[in-house]
Design a protein around this ligand. Structure first.
Ligand code: ATP
Ligand code: MG
Length: 257
């Protein structure tokens, strides 16, 4: 993909917590309209990496570029202002709120003016349902349906739809399929594909090789805080990917990647 500027790029990033080096010498480029899978065993540094992308922790050394320009993502708010959004595994939705209220959570469309300004619930409901449907969720049609009654996959899709609606350019998904069954996972994978089709860059963290294989365009494997391998769709078989994700230490020693 020469000639296209990464929407987010990490250059020679390292992160230490005291004597513990969580990451070192990390180079990653994430492109618009692509799914970048971030793979690696427990403790490999995946969460630390996405915390740096989303302004939660600063890198110790190295540079983060957004759309080709160096940026200082000093806080999650700043990262969000660039359009970097993170959806966590628990998606942060509120089970006892309706779909539309969850979708907007404080940014509801209003009608009226001045002291007469109030939330336009009809409009909010229409927008929420329309955007959820665009992510492949057609079973939810009532904007007042409680989020707690939605399936795990539908909730992830709701969170993805919400982030896109709010203008996300980079969407980081931290193990979105980890707690889900096969059918629910396919709902999430489908939503990821739909988000990609809108030109968003997705960073997809997963321990599940088939899920990564199904949807990934680019892959970075972390091993003990370093990039052990990076490759593109089609360069590895599912078997190879599975072996990498099972710890891959042996391969890392032998590999010429
Ligand atoms: N706040 C912290 N203080 C000290 N060490 C930390 C801190 N956060 C992470 N680490 C260390 O950094 C390393 C990488 O951790 P990280 O959570 O990024 O791994 P991970 O790949 O997300 O693992 P998992 O798959 O278990 O979520 C680990 O050795 C961890 O102990
Ligand atoms: Mg983690």
């Amino acid at each position: 993909m020469t000639g296209i500027t990464p929407i987010i790029e990490l250059r020679d990033i390292s992160k230490s917590y005291g004597n513990n080096t969580a990451l070192s010498g990390i180079n990653i480029s994430v492109y618009p309209g692509e799914v970048h899978c971030l793979l690696g065993d427990n403790g490999a540094g995946k969460s630390t990496l996405i915390k740096m992308m989303s302004g939660v922790v600063p890198p110790s050394t190295g540079q983060i570029l957004f759309d080709g320009k160096p940026v200082n993502l000093a806080s999650p708010r700043e990262a969000m202002a660039y359009g970097i959004a993170t959806v966590h595994q628990d998606v942060g939705s509120i089970p006892l709120l309706g779909v539309a209220r969850n979708f907007f959570l404080g940014v509801e469309p209003t009608k009226g003016w001045g002291p007469f300004k109030r939330i336009d619930f009809d409009k909010a409901g229409e927008i929420a349902i329309e955007h959820i449907r665009a992510m492949g969720i057609s079973r939810v049609t009532d904007p007042d349906q409680l989020v707690g009654t939605m399936s795990g996959g539908e909730r992830q899709a709701l969170a993805i739809a919400r982030a896109l609606y709010l203008g996300a350019k980079v969407l980081i998904l931290d193990e979105p399929t980890a707690a889900l069954g096969v059918r629910e996972s396919s709902v999430v994978i489908d939503a990821i594909r739909k988000a990609r089709a809108q030109g968003v860059a997705l960073v997809f963290i997963t321990h599940n090789a088939p899920h990564a294989f199904a949807v990934g365009d680019r892959y970075t494997v972390l091993l003990q805080g370093r990039v052990a391998a990076s490759f593109s769709r089609g360069e590895k078989t599912l078997d190879e990917l599975t072996t990498w994700m099972a710890g891959g230490k042996k391969i890392a020693e032998d590999a010429t990647v």
